[in-house]
Design a protein around this ligand. Structure first.
Ligand SMILES: *[C@@H]1O[C@H](CO)[C@@H](O)[C@H](O)[C@H]1NC(C)=O
Length: 399
């Protein structure tokens, strides 16, 4: 009898949520009321993905973790021409790692600086050897002259779109995520959402709840931006991305790719040629949320990492109740000790958007949650947001 009353009460509550009779508080950030009742744009939510996609090899299990006891949660690896690595961990500690000549690396005990408050995701060295860092909530940071005791300084390159930008003038850049750098020094970067990175119980910074709360809000706020270091101008090139992520320039720098993780697609924004200033869908229907994109070592194709499998819940996110549940899902799963299915996927993709090669770990035995893949010297440096060490895959060993 009690069970039945409970069940009826529960159904009534669900209906009340769906029809807007009760206000539901999203888990994060604390105290912020989101209007989950807002109708999301019709062409927004990820209703389709490649359901037939199968991982048929386990080459990602051959990745070896370097610096496994020294560093945690390196989302992207920056590789300098001399082979040194620029690494920022989940606490915001910035390190330069030096190769030891035997495939390993060493880092000093103390970081060079802290890219905090906030979470640094994408990193890349520019032509001068300065390290650009995409941070939430700060924006685009730059560590000038890293390791040079006299000249090293940490600066905020941009945290705001310039007033002369045709799109979103004055808008804050609060979730810089990934970047690439053109030969003239222009930095192309994504900003994912307006739901910021947050500090966790152990004082590290995390971003996963930002993805789920963004889905619940139903109001995409991701952007593709261009920052010109010569005059400090920051221009928005694309807006309304659901979760702007990986960014990569084409070899001729005539277009730039930007991933949208929630929509599970990749856009191509044309910088030159007849379509300059417009964008098109480069890849759609991906087998999961795309995360990092980078130019492969062949100088022609791209590496695209797929963070996870898509969740069946995603195709029901036009239902408000599902959106609210989605926002709470990571917390509920942590509470119940449930884990997402693990799978590692890195795709090699042609300039026409065709998948040429799949590097996989079907059950996530060694690699899962791959956030980026950066090729240098015949090796693929992989990123993760919470794991210890830096996974490195020797591409020669998997031919
Ligand atoms: C800043 O520099 C870029 C690249 O040279 C140029 O395209 C842009 O017009 C400049 N913006 C301003 C406000 O001077």
């Amino acid at each position: 009898m009690l069970a039945k009353a409970f069940f009826v009460g529960f159904i009534a509550l669900l209906a009340a949520v769906e029809f807007g009779q009760v206000t539901v508080r999203l888990p994060f950030p604390p105290g912020v009321e989101y209007d989950y009742m807002a109708e999301p744009p019709a062409e927004g939510l990820p209703l389709k993905w490649d359901k037939g996609f199968k991982v048929e090899n386990d080459v990602l299990t051959k990745a070896k973790f370097v610096l496994a006891d020294e560093i945690v949660g390196v989302e992207t690896v920056a590789v300098a021409p001399d082979g040194k690595l620029g690494l920022v961990d989940r606490f915001g500690k910035i390190f330069i790692a030096t190769p030891d000549g035997r495939g390993g690396y060493s880092i000093p005990k103390e970081p060079l600086a802290y890219s905090s408050p906030g979470r640094t995701l994408g990193v890349k060295f520019d032509a001068d050897g300065d390290l650009y860092m995409a941070n939430s909530p700060l924006g685009l940071l730059q560590l000038v002259a890293p390791g040079d005791a006299e000249n090293q300084k940490l600066v905020l390159a941009t945290g705001r779109i310039s007033d002369e930008s045709p799109l979103l003038p004055g808008y804050p850049v609060e979730f810089a995520n990934a970047l690439d750098i053109a030969s003239d020094g222009t930095v192309y970067l994504s900003s994912s959402t307006d739901v910021l990175a947050y500090k966790t119980e152990d004082s590290s910074w995390d971003v996963l709840d930002s993805v789920f709360v963004t889905i619940a809000k139903g109001a995409p706020a991701g952007m593709l931006l261009a920052y010109h270091p010569s005059n400090g101008s920051t221009i928005a090139l694309m807006d309304k991305l659901w979760f702007g992520n990986g960014v990569a320039l084409s070899p001729a720098e005539d277009y730039v790719l930007v991933a949208d993780s929630i929509q599970m697609r990749i856009h191509r924004y044309w910088l030159q040629g007849p379509k300059a200033g417009s964008s098109e869908v480069f890849m759609d229907n991906l087998p999961g949320p795309p995360d990092g994109i980078s130019l492969a070592g062949d100088g022609v194709n791209f590496w695209v990492t797929i963070y996870s499998e898509p969740s069946a819940l995603m195709s029901l996110t036009h239902i408000r109740l599902v959106r609210v549940l989605t926002a709470w899902a990571p917390r509920l799963m942590r509470l119940l000790g449930v884990q997402m299915p693990r799978r590692g996927v890195v795709l090699k993709v042609s300039p026409q958007g065709q998948v040429l090669q799949v590097l996989g770990d079907a059950t996530g035995k060694v690699m899962y949650g791959v956030t980026s893949a950066v090729e240098a010297d015949g090796k693929l440096f992989l990123g993760t947001i919470r794991r210890k060490g830096v996974p490195v895959l020797d591409l020669k060993a998997i031919q």
